[in-house]
Ligand binder design. Sequence first.
Ligand code: SIN
Length: 290
Amino acid sequence: MSKLENAVPGYKNLILEPYTPNIGAVVHDFDLARIGDEGDRAELRKALVEFQVLFFRQQHLTAEQQIEVARVFGDPDKTKAFFPRHERHSVIEVLETRPVGHRYGTDQWHADITFSANPPTGTVLYSHVIPAAGGDTLWASATAVYDSLPESLQRYLEELEAVHSFEHSGWPNYFAQLENGEAIYRKARADHLPVVHPVVRTHPVTGRKLVYVNPNFTDRIKGLSRQQSDALLAFIFAQFQRPEFQARLRWETNTVAIWDNRATVHYATADYDNQHRLLHRVTFGEDQAF
Ligand code: SIN
């Protein structure tokens, strides 16, 4: 079947091909450097909440154009993580791993920056240098995970809140590798006190419920003992491992992935040893993510 025959109905400007039944779509023949009028923009926003992660191949974007892509979905000047920033545009985070040097802790399921009170609503990730093989990114649908749970467990989780903190993630180890790491770590702790989010959230656009915890940043569920909290979280996190809920992208250079950071978690596979990998990331947000 050709990609046109397989295209999702209801879209006039976008040729969308579902990537898996539960999550993801490829957007064919669309040049993100030349996004047109509100017709294009509205369909991109609709597709993002419908499919949760969108993939675009063979894109050629300047830094400014990548920021403009993010602007279709939200304000690029929202909360950021601790990655180095682009030399001219501080809203672009530079995710680079080199043959010799540190590794980031992104090889862990997470939604971006849930250690902040108002995490980004989404992310535009653009590949510049990709290993010959390896370094794939996986996304899992937090709505599909919620939908799969027994109703009694859904109801129970809906009453709970969880504490999120960057301290729980790989960031402190990353800071420790930096020359001025101790000072950066102290500042990060002062700037980012632990925050509390509901364990189940309702997506503000689709109205779908989703599990809003992740192993990178969620430290504990409030009101449970450490053992109870760890066991319950481990059960939820295990659902992210189910291939049925995942989309796995094999990057090529000049690929763009855009994801709904409210409805998904993602995992950057760290299997590429001493190869160079470079991506530019622009998170975007709204005044309130939920
Ligand atoms: C991220 O966690 O936002 C980065 C994912 C990746 O490097 O593939």
